[in-house]
Design a protein around this ligand. Structure first.
Ligand SMILES: [Zn+2]
Length: 339
């Protein structure tokens, strides 16, 4: 059995991809008051608190258009419109994503434009009374399945549009087609599709069933996680697991088992989770990616978490789930300080 119910792999929407080629689809949906519209600003969307925790603040098209006009225009141009599909009840979902100016780095948008004279709303104001802007890392575990899938997909697509305004073949600006799922170049005719970067992440264990965790050089003291890295061109997933572990920690990995995957749209990764069996135990960190790495037994890990000596990655990450799978159950109070 592979890892079940990973936080960002729970989408329930039917993507209805066959409808994307209908050029009038978005106009028709945005003319229909029953369409649910999600606003996405960088990596954030509005949420409201319910008795079950945060839920996405989905807007009627007219309310969303009013907010966009008052808060995002002028200055940012039109938001990118994305058709995400429908749910079991037949409700249709459209995203309006603010993608300009292009995002810098992977953090929250820092340069929200100043309100210009005549603007009805401050851009930082949430679109509904009682709502607030929240990021996927914060609410990804707490949203229901539909909400988690919506926000994950919306952010992934939004990032791709923000980072790919021009044609990779001829350099001219491109236009959004396929209801937000592609861009085409009017100059050379090339079509461009969203990319997903494969990244492997692995819980490596030794003959005594201890787990190997590492601390990246840019992380604070005490923060450790599974080793991870991008798959290179021409490389299999299994080879990427072995290469990354050897490069970063000097440990040789033999047998490799796939455990599950989840999208990680910061900005475009698909995390592919593995267990790896080490055939050596001596650690030599590369000093660039990893500052430190060591082996933990279950007993040592439990103790170090209890005393605060070890901070694990947050529940939204597949890293946390891989560690918990090895540990034998959920680990509480281990990553709250890691935000
Ligand atoms: Zn072109």
């Amino acid at each position: 059995v592979s890892l079940q119910r990973l936080a960002l792999s729970r989408s329930t929407l039917d993507r209805a991809a066959h409808r994307r080629s209908d050029p009038g689809l978005l106009e028709a949906l945005l003319d229909n008051a029953s369409t649910a519209v999600l606003l996405v600003d960088g990596e954030r969307a509005p949420v409201v608190e319910s008795s079950h925790g945060p839920v996405l603040a989905l807007l009627e098209p007219q309310v969303a258009a009013g907010y966009v006009k008052a808060a995002w225009l002028p200055g940012d141009g039109r938001p990118v419109r994305l058709y995400l599909g429908d749910d079991a009840s037949g409700r249709e979902y459209v995203v309006l994503a603010r993608t300009e100016p292009p995002l810098k780095g992977s953090g929250l948008p820092k340069n929200l434009p100043k309100a210009v004279p005549g603007d009805a709303a401050d851009p930082a104001e949430p679109p509904l009374p009682g709502s607030r802007w929240a990021g996927l890392r914060e609410v990804g575990v707490l949203l229901d399945d539909t909400g988690a899938g919506l926000l994950t997909t919306a952010i992934a697509l939004s990032h791709w549009h923000a980072g790919h305004p021009r044609c990779a073949r001829c350099g001219e600006p491109t236009a959004v087609i396929q209801a937000g799922w592609a861009r085409s170049c009017p100059a050379c005719g090339a079509e461009h599709y969203p990319r997903t970067d494969g990244a492997v992440i692995m819980a490596v264990t030794d003959d005594e069933d201890r787990i190997l965790l590492g601390r990246q050089a840019r992380w604070p003291e005490r923060r450790y996680s599974c080793l991870a890295g991008f798959v290179e061109p021409g490389e299999s997933l299994e080879a990427a697991v072995r290469r990354e572990v050897f490069e970063e920690a000097g440990v040789v990995v033999g047998e490799v088992d796939y455990r599950g995957s989840q999208p990680w749209p910061f900005p475009a990764s698909l995390m592919l989770g593995f267990r790896g069996r080490a055939s050596s135990t001596e650690i030599t960190v590369d000093g660039e990616e990893l500052a430190q790495a060591r082996w933990w037994s279950r007993e040592e890990l439990g103790l170090d978490i209890a005393t605060g000596e070890l901070l694990l990655p947050p529940e939204v990450s597949i890293a946390r789930r891989l560690i918990e799978e090895w540990y034998g159950g959920p680990i509480r109070d281990a990553g709250e300080a890691w935000r």
